[in-house]
Design a protein around this ligand. Structure first.
Ligand code: ADE
Length: 249
């Protein structure tokens, strides 16, 4: 998959491309990256990329011409890639959206700065608007990196194990189970015995159960629209009867 990051601060991406899973994915040619400096598409001696808002008000707005130039240059390289504007007004980014975006050959990510981009860029030159959460950041660069990383992780061959993402939190609509490593006892607290048993079926069942229960406790909203399997229903009933025992003791 080909990622295009369009930004006024391309150096912010340097460390991102150079480390970890993303670096490995680039080396393995599972992904490619082009970081375009929007200022390179600005005209004039000062290469101005922002201007005062019409109608007055504080802050600056990103001018349409440099943005249009950068988007069109990326489109030329990757005509089938959708253009995504990172903005707090966009669709909330989730694992589901990461999977939806992973079907494309590439993504053109437009990182806004200042008060935002000229409205005509939003309406005429972008296909999707994406927000990473209900808070305001200084620019779209961190959101773009988050989108790139989450999408790249879903691509075949990017992570080590073949089912590494299948077991991640959210992939099956649940939070991931608890993890333990050595030592067996840490500050008086022991690793659950079942994990030391070598009994793979029991371990799998325990993981499914902790996954379900911690989702119920931490993020009950995730269970609302998700159908339960027969086994999950049984697990919840077992917990209900345990809770009843405490209540009615
Ligand atoms: N730009 C500024 N804040 C943002 C957010 N929460 N999501 C995406 N882009 C942004």
């Amino acid at each position: 998959m080909n990622f295009f990051a369009l930004t006024l601060f391309p150096e912010l991406f340097d460390a991102f491309w150079a480390h970890g899973i993303i670096r490995q994915a680039l080396l393995k040619k599972k992904i490619t990256q082009s970081t375009l400096n929007i200022r390179d598409f600005a005209k004039g001696r000062h290469r101005t990329a922002d201007d005062k808002p019409y109608g007055g008000g504080c802050g600056m707005v990103m001018k349409p011409e440099p943005l249009a130039g950068a988007i069109r240059a990326a489109k030329k390289m990757a005509p089938d890639s959708p253009t995504i504007l990172l903005t707090p007004q966009g669709r909330l980014f989730t694992q589901r959206l990461a999977r939806e975006l992973s079907v494309y050959d590439g993504l053109i990510l437009v990182c806004g700065r200042y008060e935002g981009v000229d409205e005509r860029i939003r309406t005429d030159l972008t296909d999707h608007e994406v927000s990473i959460g209900d808070y305001i950041l200084t620019g779209g660069e961190l959101p773009a990196m988050i989108v790139i990383e989450a999408v790249a992780r879903t691509l075949p061959g990017v992570l080590g194990g073949s089912d590494s993402t299948a077991k991640d939190s959210f992939s099956d609509g649940l939070l991931e189970h608890a993890h333990y490593t050595r030592p067996e006892v840490f500050e008086g607290e022991a690793v659950p015995e079942v994990l030391l048993s070598g009994h793979h079926k029991e371990i799998e069942k325990w993981r499914q159960e902790t996954s379900l229960i911690r989702t119920f406790l931490k993020r009950p909203d995730l269970l609302k629209d998700r159908p339960l399997s027969t086994l999950e229903r049984q697990m919840l009933k077992k917990w209900r009867s345990e809770i009843d025992k405490i209540i009615y003791a």
